[in-house]
Design a protein around this ligand. Structure first.
Ligand SMILES: [Zn+2]
Length: 456
């Protein structure tokens, strides 16, 4: 029994090779030339690219923001993920202030326990700091939650920087790693106050109150704390060229810094906030905000040369009705974009097919690096004997068009409406089982992945 994917081109971080892939049970049993089918079902993959299942290291399903809950819960978000070739997501468990990490994790495991279609793990949010939480870091590591999240903006989530420093020291002791949302909150608050005082309440004020230098300042600030604590950190959703300069400076000092960006920062720019239709502009409100064309170019270049390690989505979806809450006040627009469904096809089309990155670059950013960084390599992130049977069969000849009308994610729009795609995802296998066939998501059961300590 099993499935033999025959005649396809296997993509890895090293490049491509024409190889057959045999899936048996939940695993990849063999990879090689002219593998005998035996009693396996042979599937002709001639002309197809075979990627390891994509990993999205940054999603927010079933999360409350601005008094409303994301349009996608774990069931719908994970189906959308799978449909887009993502066989594993790492979402964010967020305890309330005063709650233990254990209780936060329990609540998030309950949320995800109901019908998550792809495999999943959690980053644990540190939005409070005390002796108990410090002790709990070790418990989290033991339970396979080996990465953490800290915020330098959003008062509900931030911790004082002394505590942030303490947390970094603790992560150094335990081998955990933190991803940090870097924006200078204090100055953003002043800019928002000025905008409000002057009656500038349209969505166009959103990017103006969160300009790139305030992201870069926070990145530099965090990296100096990490230098002192002597611990690697992850800069999540890096969006600006100036932030990259801070990362380069830290790396020149000898620090280990990992960088994530997102398709929206590679592909969209802040001109969308100028739309006279406020509801149209509100669809793009997220933090950090979309930047300039020059930033996109810098991010693509950094992705190509390996300065950016991963591309995740920061999927945090709201319907246009939910976004409408902020039509008279941009600060009340729930922030976030839908994207978990389209990352693979966007990176292939506007990255690989457009000649900006190689297939190996794409495989590193979507598969290998997130698997290593988040401690599930080589179980995930590579097509190799013994790895999970997670395979994306990509048909580079089956061009398509992205449209909200055909999507599974529950937002009623996509920022990429009408965008043409070079090729599309033909099938997705999750742990050896066919999970998606030509856009049809079949019934599958995602599993919690206990992760090890991660590093690239
Ligand atoms: Zn996020």
């Amino acid at each position: 029994m099993g499935i033999l994917l025959r005649g396809g081109t296997v993509v890895s971080s090293q490049g491509t090779e024409n190889l057959d892939v045999l899936l048996t049970g939940e695993k990849v049993a063999a990879v090689g030339k002219n593998l005998p089918a035996g009693d396996a079902q042979a599937v002709d993959c001639t002309g197809m690219l075979l990627f390891p299942g994509f990993i999205d290291g940054h999603t927010h399903f079933d999360l409350e923001v601005c008094g409303t809950i994301t349009a996608d819960d774990f069931a719908s978000g994970s189906r959308a993920a799978l449909r887009g070739g993502t066989t594993m997501v790492v979402d964010f468990a967020a305890p309330d202030k005063g709650e233990t990490l254990a209780r936060g994790l329990e609540r998030w495991r309950e949320k995800a326990g109901c019908g998550t279609a792809c495999d999943y793990g959690f980053h644990m949010t540190i939005d409070d700091w005390n002796e108990g939480i410090s002790r709990e870091i070790e418990d989290m590591m033991a339970q396979g939650v080996t990465s953490f999240k800290m915020y330098m903006t959003y008062p509900a989530m931030m911790i004082p920087e002394g505590d942030m420093y303490r947390a970094l020291l603790r992560l150094r002791e335990t081998g955990g790693i933190a991803g940090v949302h870097c924006e200078n909150d204090g100055v953003i608050r002043e800019l928002v106050e000025d905008a409000k005082k002057n009656g500038r309440l349209a969505p166009s004020s959103h990017p103006r109150t969160r300009p790139a230098p305030l992201e870069a300042e926070a990145v530099g600030h965090l990296l100096r704390l990490a230098q002192l604590a002597d611990v690697p950190v992850v800069i999540v959703h890096l969006s600006a060229r100036e932030s990259l300069e801070e990362v380069r400076a830290a790396r020149r000092r000898g620090q280990t810094v990992y960088v994530e960006t997102c398709p929206q920062y590679l592909l969209l720019d802040d001109s969308v906030y100028g739309s006279p239709d406020y509801m149209e502009a509100a669809k793009y409100v997220c933090a950090p905000p979309l930047r300039k064309r020059e930033d996109q170019d810098a991010l693509w270049e950094a992705l190509r040369n390996g300065e950016i390690d991963t591309v995740a989505t920061d999927h945090c979806s709201f319907t246009t009705a939910q976004k409408r809450a902020g039509r008279y006040d941009f600060t009340k627009i729930p922030g976030g974009l839908p994207g978990v469904e389209h990352r693979g096809v966007l990176l292939y089309t506007y990255g690989v097919s457009a000649g900006r990155i190689s297939l190996a670059n794409m495989c590193r950013a979507l598969c290998e690096n997130p698997a290593k960084l988040y401690g599930c390599w080589p179980k995930k992130g590579v097509i190799a004997p013994g790895s999970d049977g997670d395979v994306v069969v990509y048909d580079p000849a089956a061009n398509g068009v992205i449209s909200a009308s055909g999507q599974v994610q529950r937002a009623d729009y996509t920022p990429y409406e009408g965008w043409k795609t070079a090729g599309s995802i033909a099938q997705v296998y999750l742990r050896g089982r066919l999970a998606v066939d030509h856009g049809q998501v079949l019934e599958t059961q995602g599993r919690f992945v206990r992760r090890e300590k991660g590093r690239l």
